[in-house]
Design a protein around this ligand. Structure first.
Ligand SMILES: Nc1ncnc2c1ncn2[C@@H]1O[C@H](COP(=O)(O)OP(=O)(O)OP(=O)(O)O)[C@@H](O)[C@H]1O
Length: 448
């Protein structure tokens, strides 16, 4: 098993015997870990509100306190923290109860320094792997890395992106919905020297100002109604890596000063906690909205915009990079063949023509969905025009008003029809009489 780097773990010791606290502390500090001690549940709670720990060694016999209750408290305050129960041989049964209540392991007293160090190394490794797993989860289900493009407009963007990837400059990625802004942000992270650290995304339209603040910066238990557990926040998770603010145009206005300060000084506070923390985070942001216009209308802070757009990359819509349509379609097809094991192996000539001539208002996302659907329904080697469903007149197959349908089904069909006949998402939003971010949400909700 790979050992965690010495000194990389923050450990909390909870025991009412000072001699044990002292011995454990010396032994663990000697191995390079940073250690804090508490002799009661309330002391442990106070420490947890000020510091982040990866691992806790907890003695279940804490004077008059119930060790299991202290365990519950630790679990709710710091759910990410591994807890190892320290117990006498005569009380191993209670340690087993504690493991059922969420403890990760137990250690029988008296134990040797090597046993203590081994228990710490094992749990810290699990904690490190959990963080790594979270970062890798974002990598799953993706066809593969960004391909080189054959479109001159796109080649220029990719070249600039590669050049600036290894600086710490903040980058603003602009482009219509589905043009691959999120993919490009991931690639920039992958090309940078932060690649081995986390790439963390925050989806701005999905959260209210209050939730966004705690999601981004973390909060302490009890910081607001319903905050039953502490969270570390995305900024903490992204430390050393990259934070991608998707749909930054929807970032809540009241929270923009806090984001601005974080970008300028790399400092922030968790909600309900006055301690100022630091995080070394590179910011990438993306939007399909016109931020300059929004600053003129007072809907976006100008000073924040100038911090975010140190470098601006404009991703062209797919209809302006026709050279890429067929290569992308073929890549997607290969990916879905592997995933679904269906018979289709290529596109018929009419299907290729149709792919090439379509305007792709939903850009690469729409192309991916069309190829996915076609690869599933096609029962032969070549995908035909009919499998793509691009030529359909939405009005013909769309459900009619007055037939027994839910409002949701009608709304979905109507939005799909308008999207299919609009050049851009913004145009579709105008036709539907809703703003682009609402359409963005609805499109994701209905899987359009
Ligand atoms: N170059 C590419 N190669 C393969 N797949 C891509 C590429 N670019 C984008 N995609 C795929 O297209 C879809 C849309 O990409 P992405 O989410 O990055 O777009 P976006 O511009 O961020 O969209 P939105 O503004 O709606 O969030 C995703 O499924 C993504 O995997």
């Amino acid at each position: 098993m790979e050992q965690p780097t010495e000194g990389s773990g923050r450990i909390l010791l909870v025991d009412d015997e000072t001699a044990i606290l002292r011995t454990f502390r010396y032994c663990l500090e000697d191995s390079g870990y940073s250690v804090a001690t508490a002799s009661s549940g309330p002391q442990a709670e106070a420490l947890l509100q000020r510091q982040v720990f990866d691992l806790c060694f907890l003695d279940l016999r804490l004077g008059g306190e119930s060790g299991l209750e202290v365990l519950q408290l630790l679990r709710s305050q710091a759910p990410w923290m591994r807890v190892v129960i320290v117990t006498a041989l005569s009380a191993v049964d209670t340690a087993v109860d504690a493991m059922q209540a969420g403890a990760a392991d137990y250690l029988v007293k008296p134990c040797s320094p090597d046993q203590l160090r081994l228990a710490a190394a094992k749990q810290l490794e699990v904690r490190r792997l959990a963080a790594r797993l979270e970062a890798l989860e974002g990598e799953l289900h993706r066809p593969s890395d960004l391909p080189d493009s054959n479109s001159p407009a796109m080649m220029t963007v990719l070249e600039t992106a590669r050049q600036v990837a290894d600086t710490d400059a903040n980058i603003l990625i602009l482009g219509e919905s589905g043009t691959g802004k999120g993919e490009l942000a991931r690639s920039i992270h992958g090309w940078s020297r932060r690649a081995s650290k986390a790439f963390v995304t925050i989806n701005c339209p999905s959260l209210s100002a209050e939730l966004m603040e705690s999601e981004m910066f973390g909060h302490n238990r009890g910081a607001f109604t319903g905050a039953t557990q502490s969270t570390l926040g995305r900024v903490y998770q992204a430390d050393g890596g990259t934070l991608f603010l998707d749909e930054i145009g929807d970032f809540p206005l009241p929270l923009q000063p806090k984001l601005l300060r974080f970008i300028q000084d790399k400092e922030y506070e968790r909600v309900g906690d006055p301690v100022t923390r630091r995080a070394d985070v590179r910011i990438l942001a993306a939007t399909n909205l016109d931020l300059e216009e929004m600053t003129r209308d007072g809907r976006f802070r100008e000073d924040l915009l100038y911090r975010l757009n140190v470098i601006t990359l404009h991703l062209p819509p797919l209809r302006e990079r026709p050279e890429d349509v067929l290569p992308l379609a073929e890549r997607f097809l290969l990916f879905f063949i592997k995933n679904y094991g269906r018979p289709a192996r290529g596109f018929s000539e009419p299907a290729r023509q149709a792919l090439q001539n379509y305007r792709w208002p939903g850009n690469i996302r729409e192309l991916r969905n069309v190829v996915e659907r076609a690869s599933i329904i096609c029962q032969q080697e070549l995908i035909g025009l009919g499998h793509l469903g691009l030529g359909e007149q939405p009005g013909i197959s769309a459900p009619r008003v007055g037939t027994p349908l839910t409002l949701e089904e009608l709304e979905k069909a109507h939005i799909a029809a308008i999207l299919a006949t609009s050049d851009t998402l913004e145009q579709a939003a105008r036709t539907l009489g809703i703003d682009a971010s609402t359409l963005y949400r609805k499109r994701k909700q209905y899987g359009l």
